[in-house]
Design a protein around this ligand. Structure first.
Ligand code: EPU
Length: 421
């Protein structure tokens, strides 16, 4: 396993190009199951989760040509309607094939994803929605077996208990080919949900309201393949923005719009970071010390849980104490003990972490068990004194394209060390 080695202390300077959004690309690639023919997706990031998705689609009979940033998918009718444990255990977002498969074939068998490092992460809302649309749901041998006796889902009014992101995406896909109208109430409002709706509509679906908490889908008889460029990754952009701020740097994040990052931008500005809109992106100008700012994660448009770990590292550079509250996932503070090993002073009380600003962090060997936590440790290493080795970087490779090359391009002393960990 590779490590990332960082010698901290250099302010980041220059321009970083933001890649296509992982969490938009995953549901969109799965949605390609809905229409036979050749789909072309552009601006797809070169990530392990994309490879896993393509392996799953291949298993389901789709021919995949992956030459990042272009992915061509040739969808054709297939007898395989199963997402096996082998693939789902590598990536829980594999559950995103459930909606498209049931919509297209009236049947699917998908391994239950189970919990992961950040929480239990059930999919009961996905299943409740499919049941309301006429699917019979059977849980057997660790698999969900969904089948529609009539062969075609029917529209329904579905009130979600929680605005789940992939749940909304699964049900939106399922509804595109259902008979009649589906209304999703308390839907997730994330920009990636809107992006999926855009793609479905380009394929011939009739989806309105995406981006609000009520989405209406009028079912259609069939869909066509699509050619689409994936939107930029707001979480990758946010990660580089925080890294620029944490190193007292000056960085242009190229290709991203602040419109998708309002909650983060508001907190960064309150802390004292200067953010400037430029024609093609956002410029971040950092400083040595920040104001302590409290943050509570929430569904979009609230502060994203996927930026919580990175923001916490910035708060290590604040004067005073900030309180960070995680409301989305029950176990998303795994970076805290690693940051404390680097000299941070963070106390966790249940879902709250109190971050007491310190003068500096010290480099250390660290590791984390999820993607965003690992990214936060890289940021910590960038401004820590001395050398930091971030172990188990396969978590980072799931979601950050060429992270060490991008940081090196901004002047960081960072390299990948092959074969350790
Ligand atoms: N939940 C339920 N029942 C459900 C579905 C969700 O109780 O049926 C709970 C979850 O356990 C969690 C909360 O609802 O406590 C929100 O989960 P959600 O379903 O919205 O998360 P997700 O769709 O599994 C996506 C992203 C995550 C991101 C979350 C929250 C993708 C592929 N994944 O996950 O991204 O953290 O939304 O914004 O879109 C990441 O990229 O690092 C990542 C983890």
């Amino acid at each position: 396993m590779d490590n990332i080695r960082i010698v901290g202390g250099k302010p980041l300077q220059g321009t970083v190009k933001i890649s296509g959004a992982k969490n938009a690309a995953l549901p969109i690639l799965c949605a390609a199951l809905l229409a036979d023919g050749e789909h072309v997706f552009r601006n797809v990031p070169a990530l392990r989760d994309i490879e896993t998705t393509c392996a799953l689609l291949e298993h389901l009979g789709v021919r995949c040509e992956v030459t990042p940033p272009i992915v061509k998918l040739h969808t054709r009718p297939s007898d395989v309607r199963e997402a096996p444990y082998e693939l789902v255990k590598q990536m829980r977002a594999s559950v995103l094939v459930l909606g498209p498969l049931v919509a297209k074939y009236g049947e699917a068998r998908v391994s239950l994803p189970g919990g992961c490092a950040i929480g239990a992460r059930p999919i009961d809302q996905h299943l409740k929605g499919l049941e309301l649309m006429g699917a019979n749901i059977l849980l057997e041998h660790g698999y969900v077996h969904a089948s529609v006796p009539s062969g075609r889902l029917r529209g329904a009014e579905i009130v979600l208990d929680i605005p789940t992101v992939t749940g909304t995406e699964n049900l939106m896909c399922a509804a595109t080919l259902a008979r009649g109208r589906t209304t999703l109430v308390n839907a997730a409002r994330e920009p990636e949900v809107e992006e999926l709706a855009r793609v479905l509509n380009k394929m011939g679906a009739n989806v309105t309201g995406a981006g609000t908490d009520v989405i209406v889908v009028e079912g259609v008889e069939g869909l066509q393949p699509v050619d689409h460029a994936i939107m930029p990754d707001r979480i990758e952009a946010g990660t580089y923005m925080v890294a620029a701020a944490a190193t007292a740097g000056n960085v242009l994040c190229d290709g991203v719009s602040l419109d998708h990052l309002e909650a983060l931008a508001a907190k960064l500005r309150k802390a004292g970071v200067i953010l400037e809109r430029e024609a093609n992106g956002v410029r971040v100008i950092g400083r040595e010390r920040y104001q302590a700012v409290d943050v509570t994660t929430a569904p979009h448009p609230g502060f994203p849980t996927d930026m919580q770990a990175q923001f916490m590292v910035l708060m290590c550079r604040a004067s005073g104490r900030s309180v960070i509250t995680e409301t989305i996932f029950e176990n998303r503070f795994m970076h805290v003990s690693e940051l404390n090993r680097m000299g941070a002073r963070i106390d966790v009380h249940g879902r709250m972490a109190a971050v007491n600003g310190v003068d500096s962090l010290q480099g250390a060997e660290v590791m984390a068990t999820d993607l965003r936590a690992s990214a936060s440790l890289v940021i910590a290493g960038l401004f820590a004194e001395g050398t930091t080795d971030v172990l188990r970087v396969y978590h980072i490779d799931r979601g950050y394209e060429h992270i060490e090359a991008k940081f090196a391009g901004l002047g960081a002393n960072i390299q990948r060390v092959r074969g350790h960990g």
